[in-house]
Design a binder for this molecule. Structure first.
Ligand code: GLN
Length: 196
């Protein structure tokens, strides 16, 4: 059994928790404090508004301790705004957050809220059937350095990637019925729990 927390300060929290709790041997819970984060095996940073989440994390002095936990290997998955929080660089913006993953992220990269869209993708290493992807005022990864592995591209733009204990997706698997990405992340969390 693994416990996966969803950072519950803003954004699409309940949907992630519900998806996690559909997976065997996984307990999904909301987490709000560093004490709660101490109890989990993996963490999801949900979609929402990265600026708002960053400000709240800063106000509650959680940015640095959480960045340290990620650096020490806590498995973490950033969806959409969560991906922005993990980036080492954000295009056109001096403020960065966890500065964890070797990538440059472009916010609102597809335009305004009206430019939100859905598509599907085949990713045999993640699922045997095509995966539905929902993009909501989404970022994409403009470029990566270091040992980042690109998992998915849509129209030539990087929309999913992994580096060590970190997974990022520009889209929102928690808003679909497809559990492939949640299962993929939970496998990563289980593997990391077994070695630690
Ligand atoms: N546009 C948001 C941001 O920049 C991200 C949108 C989302 O998480 N769906 O933080």
């Amino acid at each position: 059994m693994i416990t996966v927390g969803v950072l519950a300060i803003q954004g699409a929290v309940a949907e992630h928790v519900a998806a996690l709790n559909k997976i065997e041997n996984v307990k999904g819970i909301e987490v709000k404090t560093l004490e709660e984060i101490e109890q989990i095996d993996g963490l999801i940073l949900p979609g929402g508004e990265s600026t708002a989440m960053g400000k709240i994390l800063n106000y509650f002095q959680m940015l640095e301790p959480l960045a340290e936990k990620i650096k020490q290997g806590l498995p973490v998955w950033g969806t959409c705004a969560g991906m922005i929080l993990l980036a080492k660089e954000i295009v056109g913006q001096d403020t960065t957050y966890f500065k964890a993953m070797d990538m440059i992220v472009k916010r609102n990269a597809y335009g305004s809220q009206l430019d939100s869209f859905q598509t599907t993708i085949e990713l045999p290493e993640i699922a045997a059937t095509p995966i539905p992807l929902i993009f909501i005022r989404a970022p994409y990864v403009e470029s990566v350095t270091g040992d980042v592995t690109i998992l998915a591209k849509v129209a030539d733009k990087i929309v999913a990637a992994v580096q060590d204990n970190m997974l990022v997706t520009a889209f929102h698997p928690e808003l679909t019925d497809d559990l492939s990405f949640h299962k993929y992340f939970c496998k990563k969390v289980s593997a990391s729990k077994q070695v630690s």
